[in-house]
Ligand binder design. Structure first.
Ligand code: SAM
Length: 216
């Protein structure tokens, strides 16, 4: 095991100890995906610190503990089809791919430059099959709907109508929702009807804003 591998295993141990990683598939994904491949070289030495890090276009790769909480809340299983809103570095898409299978992941990002960044990172991490789309994820991604899960990693003003309509009945949407652009609470919403969800609040969080037609 190289230094990155050891640092990754130590971080996973910490996330398990702190109760953020709870299930075998999410734990295995964190052990399998090399986070150092999803940050620029100058940040490699910080790749296994539990903190958000800057990525191009003024955006961030989220803190591992936050992503662990979200992926556990999403109750993921192999074979589920997942829409990842806010590709950023591609790290969350890579973790999703490790859990549900790369061909089942669609990831949408508004900055074309970040889609290029994520494409390179996923290739460097040898993760295949993820569908990357440039677009406004507040509108979901209709061409490949419905999804079993929609996981959003930017702060939204509300659960967007498009997400509800593009989630399979009984499926889950996990998104940071808040009245301001700098603080949110993680909302876990299960689709129960045509335009209906049953939602509950999980943990407080702070993501960069979701900018778009049904966002900020
Ligand atoms: N999941 C990412 C990762 O693993 O690196 C981190 C996501 S970062 C916290 C939030 C991302 O959401 C940014 O890359 C931002 O450009 C993107 N974003 C913001 N509004 C968006 C929108 N309407 N549609 C798609 N992406 C959006």
């Amino acid at each position: 095991m190289n230094d990155f591998g050891r640092a990754r295993a130590d971080l996973v141990d910490d996330l398990v100890r702190d109760g953020h990683l709870r299930s075998a598939p999410v734990r295995a994904a964190f052990l399998a995906v090399p986070r150092e491949r999803f940050v620029t070289e100058d940040l490699h030495r910080k790749a296994y610190v539990d903190t958000p890090l800057p990525i191009p276009m003024g955006q961030t790769i989220s803190a591992p503990s936050m992503i662990a909480i979200m992926l556990e809340e999403a109750e993921l299983a192999e074979g589920q089809k997942v829409l990842d809103v806010g590709t950023g570095s591609g790290y969350n898409a890579a973790l999703l791919a490790a859990i549900v299978g790369g061909a089942n992941v669609v990831s949408i990002e508004r900055h074309a430059g970040l889609v290029d960044f994520a494409r390179q990172n996923l290739a460097a991490a040898e993760i295949a099959g993820v569908r990357l789309v440039v677009g406004d994820g507040t509108l979901g991604y209709e061409p490949l709907a419905p999804y079993d899960r929609i996981v959003v990693t930017a702060g939204a003003p509300r659960i967007a109508k498009s997400w509800v309509r593009q989630t399979r009945m009984g499926g889950l949407i996990v998104a940071p929702v808040g009245r301001s652009t700098f603080s949110q609470v993680l909302v876990v919403a299960r689709r129960t009807g045509e335009d209906r969800v049953e939602a509950r609040e999980s943990t407080p969080c702070a993501f960069v804003p979701l900018v778009g037609r049904e966002g900020w």
